[in-house]
Design a binder for this molecule. Structure first.
Ligand code: 26W
Length: 852
């Protein structure tokens, strides 16, 4: 911890720019009519647009059209579209007013936003005008859209869900401030070197970031380290206070969150870390330049990079620094900036509902207690009464290893006052436990927020559950397992605290924007209301029996396939053959998601053909498309990626297959690729071991884009199958109780290997080194983990999976029947809109309402 990190008070009075964040507006009463007029919006016309664009290009980019680069043109276009949104943002994105409904404060360490330009053009209905206006300037809109690097400020499901949720709240006219971290480097860019994943830094800011508005004047000082000391206050009460050791500045960057065609623009506020005192001149003058700027680099590290793990916390100190950094800045921001001066904090929960997106922001609970007790002088009970009304907690996982436990040693060193407060919260809580469940010390020990073994630590999920008004899972099965298996003691103690809100996805990005052909067909058939009332897709049901509609539907799917073929050729040099069933598995690489099971299906098919057990002509022409990043530290996941690429190499080159089975693995799966892949898919692979995938959201995107699902009864698959109907869903495998049963009785994967010849042949082919001629044992680790432990029972579900795949081939052979099923998947998946999820959160947890 550098000693030169001091606060801003060093600057002399007359040099210091005003930092009083409450001073707004001109110092004198403005008299010019424009100064008091509402902020203008450029004319909504091609001409008006061209004028605005050229103005931005010349003045903002400082180039003439004739000398402008594509990046100049993209940045000018972005700021032009921003200008159309600005007036609305200033009107609707401002400070929440006393008479306005409660604000939703969404606290998330991740936001997987995807490209912004397309969504902004959609939300403002500027796409056509922009296309025409740019064409008049000799520019192709699509080229500029491809110039945008997506902000990859998230790992996977949790981060993308946050992005869908804030889009829905804006579209539903609900006040929301999304709070998070502006990582300088987002999720790594994945490349393949000889089939192995190699991570490259995500330099998303390099070519400029036109969608953010920095507000250095609104920076917040965030403290760390130091110690606490007790003192007796004026009324003789023994109190404790924090004496921090060092601090950093949190600088806010505001992003627009435009509602769809409703003129509302909410705000996403992402914090970036800066040194309070960037440069130590004395040290510099003493010639130790590195030391002089060490404070800066040290501070900036906090928001430098996103942790690429999406299941196993590494327990790194920097990760905890990140969590406290954005939470402290966000609470300070809302309490001291958004709320009007002198607001009575007893009524805080009337003005905001903070939602904890998993345990990552739960340090917000002791932080709010610290603010109320130490800074605002409330007594403990008062403070707890306020705090325990302000938070909802969403759990996104079932994996025990994904539940964060911060060692008290680390927490006490970084946040000594917060550890004290957590101890007190736990004390008060255990007193309640003992009162409600007398003479049951075992229960008290089980429920303690403080774990003693293997080392003393704070169980963040327990802290969140104790403090939250509501705890929800993200799919019915998940929420049930949370009650029964993950937090049973808490469910028994607080039965009404537990609820469910099944995930959803935004139809704006994942249907309207990603699938224009299908969108037009739907709108031409049932009108355009579906984009904000997705349940109206139901009106498509009768058209499943309409041959013309089916033909048009197939045409849209084919158009998406052709678009994907062109993209993968240009992007990855991948040839997608014509007329193949597109079997797609895209999600993070994790053993519980069972990419290995998909791989065993491919290798088994391949082995049967090359061994002559089946003729190539018996194989339904199929291309399996994988998309998956592995956490860099997750060795077995990276090995699995390597194996998939090596199998692909062999299968794709083997003439004996007569081109009827192909494997494609485009690198760097992200939101932008998902928008092209998902609309083109026929089959959606949702094959996790039952009881492992909290919900899944890819499954919903596929169903809404007319792909049929092959899946287990896991997460939201259960609800998808219930709504689309068994005839239009390929269910296989054990359900959760059967998995528990098999686990209890003792699972021996080797038995399944021995008794299933096809499975044995497939595994033996890999073990023979057939796919790794240079090193026969290259994939031993992957295969032996399946043969010896197979924690996620891929071998046990193999048979049932293969049987289901046979049903897929059979159904696909009847294109009309398949198309009918696909249409019914679309028609019956309106429930999976994130707008519906938001309605559920509003009703069950937040109790706010749209601004009228
Ligand atoms: C600390 C390491 C870490 C980081 C992220 C642990 C766990 C996470 C996330 C909770 C993992 C995640 O993204 N979970 C996914 O959340 C989705 C949205 O609710 C669900 O649809 C997925 O089923 C769930 O795996």
């Amino acid at each position: 911890m550098p000693d030169s990190v001091q606060n801003a008070s060093a600057l002399t009075a007359d040099e210091s720019p005003t930092t009083d964040h409450r001073v707004f507006g001109p110092s004198q009463t403005p008299t010019h009519p424009l100064a008091t007029a509402p902020v203008g919006t450029p004319p909504f016309s091609v001409d008006g647009f061209v004028r605005e664009f050229l103005h931005e290009l010349n003045t903002n980019q400082g180039v003439a059209l004739s000398r402008s680069s594509i990046n100049d043109q993209y940045l000018a276009l972005a700021s032009t579209v921003r200008n159309y949104l600005m007036a609305r943002w200033l009107e609707t994105g401002g400070k929440p007013q006393e008479n306005q409904p409660k604000v939703v404060g969404y606290l998330s360490a991740e936001y997987l936003l995807g490209r912004q330009l397309g969504n902004a053009l959609l939300a403002t209905d500027l796409a056509d005008i922009a296309e025409k206006g740019l064409a008049l300037c000799g520019i192709d809109l699509a080229t500029l859209r491809n110039q945008e690097v997506e902000p990859g400020l998230g790992n996977g499901g949790l981060g993308r869900l946050a992005a869908c949720f804030i889009d829905s709240l804006a579209t539903m006219n609900v006040l929301c401030i999304g709070y998070g971290i502006r990582y300088e480097y987002g999720i790594f860019r994945q490349t393949f070197v000889d089939g192995r994943q190699v991570e490259q830094p995500d330099t998303w800011l390099q070519l400029g970031s036109p969608w953010e508005f920095p507000h250095p004047e609104a920076s917040v000082k965030v403290n760390f380290g130091g110690h606490t000391e007790t003192f007796t206050d004026a009324d003789g009460v023994e109190k404790s206070r924090w004496v921090p050791g060092w601090n950093v500045l949190a600088m806010p960057y505001n992003y627009m969150v435009p509602g769809y065609l409703n003129g509302r623009v909410n705000t996403l506020r992402l914090w970036s870390a800066q040194a309070t005192n960037a440069f130590d001149l004395q040290i510099f003058n003493s010639g130790d330049y590195a030391q002089a700027v060490r404070a800066q680099t040290f501070a900036e590290n906090i928001s430098k990079v996103l942790y690429p793990e999406d299941s196993t916390p590494q327990g790194k100190e920097l990760r905890l620094q990140q969590q406290y950094f954005f939470v402290a800045a966000s609470l300070h921001d809302f309490i001291n900036k958004e709320l009007e001066e002198g607001f009575d904090l007893h009524r805080l929960s009337e003005r905001i509902a903070f939602q904890l997106n998993d345990t990552h922001p739960v340090i917000a609970v002791p932080e709010l207690m610290r603010i109320l007790v130490d800074e605002k002088g409330y007594d403990w009970d008062e403070a707890w009464d306020i705090t325990s009304r302000c938070f909802g907690y969403t759990c996104h996982t079932l994996l025990p290893e994904a539940l964060e436990v911060w060692p008290t040693e680390l927490l006490g060193r970084l946040l000594p006052r917060h550890l004290e407060i957590i101890y007190r919260i736990n004390e008060e809580f255990l007193a309640q436990v003992r009162k409600q469940f007398p003479d049951d010390e075992l229960r008290a020990r089980r429920m303690s927020i403080i774990a003693e073994l293997p080392e003393r630590g704070v169980r963040m999920a327990y802290l969140a559950t104790v403090a939250a008004t509501k705890v929800n899972g993200v799919a019915e099965l998940h929420s049930q397992l949370l009650r029964d298996k993950v937090l049973p003691d808490f469910s028994e103690m607080y039965p009404d605290k537990f609820t469910n809100v099944t995930n959803g996805v935004t139809p704006r990005r994942f249907v309207r924007l990603a699938n224009p052909k299908l969108s037009t067909l739907i709108t031409d058939t049932i009108g355009s209301g579906w984009v904000t009332q997705l349940e109206r897709l139901k009106e498509l049901e009768p058209y499943a029996d309409d041959a013309d509609f089916r033909a048009a539907f197939r045409e849209a799917k084919q158009w998406n396939k052709t678009r994907l073929t062109t993209l993968l050729k240009a992007r990855d040099g991948i040839e997608l053959p014509e007329g193949h069933l597109l079997d797609v598995m895209v999600k993070r690489l994790h053993e519980y998601k069972r990419q290995s099971l998909k791989l065993l299906h491919i290798v088994s098919l391949y082995e049967q053909v090359i061994s002559g057990k089946i003729a190539a002509s018996d194989v339904t022409p199929r291309t399996v498309v994988f998309g998956a990043k592995a956490a860099p530290g997750y060795k077995l996941a990276k090995e699995t990626i390597h194996l998939i690429n090596k199998v692909a190499e062999k299968v794709n080159a083997d003439e004996r297959l007569e081109g009827r089975l192909k494997v494609a693995f485009p690198a760097n799966y992200n939101v932008t690729l998902a928008e092209k892949l998902i609309p083109a898919a026929d089959l959606s692979e949702q094959i996790s071991l039952a009881g492992m995938e909290a919900s899944g959201t890819g499954n919903m995107k596929f169903a809404l884009n007319g792909a049929l699902t092959i899946g287990t009864d896991d997460g939201a698959n259960v609800e998808i199958r219930k709504l689309v109907g068994d005839k239009h869903f390929f269910l296989f495998g054990m359900n959760e109780p059967q998995v528990a049963e098999l686990g209890a009785q003792g699972y021996i994967p080797g038995d399944y290997y021995e008794k299933n010849p096809n499975l044995k042949a497939a595994i033996d082919l890999i073990l023979s080194g057939y796919f790794s001629p240079s090193d026969q044992h290259m994939f031993d680790q992957v295969i032996y983990s399946l043969l010896n432990t197979d924690r996620f029972m891929a071998l046990a579900d193999f048979d049932s999976y293969i049987a289901a795949q046979a049903k897929v081939e059979q159904h696909y052979a009847d294109q009309d029947a398949w198309t009918r099923s696909a249409i019914l998947n679309v028609a019956r998946s309106g429930y999976f809109s994130s707008d519906r999820s938001m309605r559920d959160y509003i009703q069950r947890i937040w109790h706010t309402s749209p601004v009228l």
